[in-house]
Design a protein around this ligand. Structure first.
Ligand SMILES: [Zn+2]
Length: 65
């Protein structure tokens, strides 16, 4: 019940960078990305998506038939 920190997960789980799919070390500062550059790319994706999602619906959109 109390195994919050398993000891033998080292090198069993290979994390890969979501952007370029290269193996990432667990102790990286920019984890789970291999580099700051990949992290920025991912961040940019999120910003773009949330911008689209949070676009306010205007009456014009609903009124069109
Ligand atoms: Zn990467």
């Amino acid at each position: 019940m109390a195994e919050l920190a398993p000891k033998n997960t080292e090198s069993k789980t290979q994390i890969k960078c979501p952007i370029c799919k290269r193996p990432v070390a667990l102790d990286l500062k920019c984890f789970p990305f291999c580099t700051e550059r990949c992290r920025t790319i991912d961040l940019g994706k999120w910003v773009t998506e949330s911008y689209v999602i949070s676009r306010p619906i205007e009456e014009k959109d609903l009124d069109e038939e």
